[in-house]
Design a protein around this ligand. Structure first.
Ligand SMILES: Cc1ncc(COP(=O)(O)O)c(C=O)c1O
Length: 387
């Protein structure tokens, strides 16, 4: 039978990360591939306490339909993360992934141009492709984006938005410097381009000073996405959008036609944990567990690989972006590494043009200290075999 699928589906490639997750789920492979938090750290007891409390204090209306923009108590807590922001500028989404989808649904017509960082978040690239956007990429370095190229792209293509992950970026772990941010703000104002700021890793800072978000530097032109997936649990599917009220109204309409609302049950638990400071405390605990994991990976990479590779130590987040200099195509390294029992994500999948790359993304949050040491040893064996 001739396929009746839409072109956007038939031309979409299967996510490489999904392939790796499937590959590693069954086996004894040490996986540095996914972007997963450490499940052992999910605050199970606290969640249970608040769930029981909800059953004890709420009637059945808890499970009834409600409004699309989210539970007011939670929106109030989220608004506190930004300067001079009210709950009217916040809406809830099913993870920040849905936030991305709703922004595309609300802003993109077929063929509209958007700008992404080069490299960028894999699932966002896949999504933009599904909306048939014309994707232009701006080079990213450890200081931020290339301002000259960004200006040329803004000028030439009049993009609908610039998709930016300015803190502990996925896949690189890089963060924009303040100077770089201010330059981006200057260009966004000059060319009237929306900044679609995605910051899922912001709260996981191990060193350095907190930085100012685009949402606070340029609130009138920024749509900011946030999530509790990395600090509470991905399964809660609680993300949010912070934007000017007019944009929130349009996005809420899009949300209504997508899934009507987020689950109130999970929103209430999350709101209570923020109101009494439990989630903030839990985030500190996560940082205390994740920092040594990052350090363990950095040390193992340095000890074994020496200067045969290059990487920047990330100040936060979940990833190290490694340049395997002696292996021009890290996909080949991936094939050998898998045979040795370790997985990572080859860099090419994160570039909009999927070009061959010597880089690879390594996650350290979802492995034990022992697994990190063993896994980097296995990766080194694979590297030696190839170079
Ligand atoms: C940059 C980026 N944006 C969005 C997401 C989606 O997160 P969520 O679980 O909130 O949908 C992720 C998940 O890894 C991510 O890395």
């Amino acid at each position: 039978m001739k396929s009746k699928f839409a072109t956007r589906v038939t031309t979409a490639s299967r996510s490489f990360t999904r392939t790796i997750l499937d590959l590693t789920a069954q086996s004894s492979t040490i996986s540095f591939a996914g972007g997963l938090p450490d499940a052992a750290l999910f605050p199970r007891d606290t969640i249970e306490k608040h769930a029981k409390n909800l059953f004890a204090t709420q009637d059945n209306r808890l499970f009834q339909y409600s409004n699309a923009s989210g539970v007011e108590a939670l929106k109030v807590e989220i608004a506190k993360k930004y300067a001079l922001t009210t709950s009217a500028e916040i809406m809830l989404t099913n993870g920040s992934q849905q936030g991305l989808d709703l922004v595309c649904k609300t802003f993109l017509d077929e063929g509209d141009c958007i700008i992404v960082e080069d490299p960028s978040y894999l699932a966002a690239l896949g999504l933009f492709h599904m909306y048939n956007a014309s994707i232009k990429a701006v080079p990213l370095s450890k200081e931020g984006v290339d301002i000259v190229v960004l200006e040329t792209l803004f000028q030439k293509y009049e993009p609908k938005f610039f998709y930016t992950i300015p803190i502990f970026q996925n896949p690189t772990g890089y963060s924009y410097t303040l100077e770089n941010r201010l330059e981006v703000v200057r260009l966004a104002k000059q060319y009237n381009v929306i900044l679609l700021e995605d910051s899922p890793y912001e709260a996981l800072r191990y060193d350095g000073e907190q930085t100012t978000s685009f949402a606070d530097l340029l609130p009138e032109l920024t749509i900011a996405l946030g999530t509790f997936s990395k600090t509470l649990a991905p399964d809660f599917r609680i993300g949010w959008i912070k934007a000017p009220q007019e944009i929130i109204s349009a996005l809420t309409l899009s949300k209504e036609s997508t899934d009507l609302q987020n689950s109130k049950f999970f929103q209430f638990i999350c709101a209570s944990m923020l109101q009494n400071g439990e989630l903030q405390e839990h985030t500190k605990t996560l940082i205390e567990y994740y920092r040594p994991k990052r350090d363990a990976m950095v040390n193992a990479l340095r000890e074994l690989f020496g200067d045969s590779i290059e990487f920047v130590i990330p100040e936060g987040g979940m990833f190290i972006w490694v340049n395997f200099k002696k292996c021009t195509d890290s996909m080949k390294l991936f094939d050998v590494a898998i045979k040795k029992g370790v997985a990572f994500v080859p860099g090419s999948v994160f570039f909009a043009d999927k070009r061959i790359s010597s880089y690879g993304r390594l996650n350290y949050t979802n492995s034990s200290l022992e697994q990190i040491k063993d896994g980097i040893e296995k990766l080194h064996l694979a590297y030696k075999e190839l170079s």
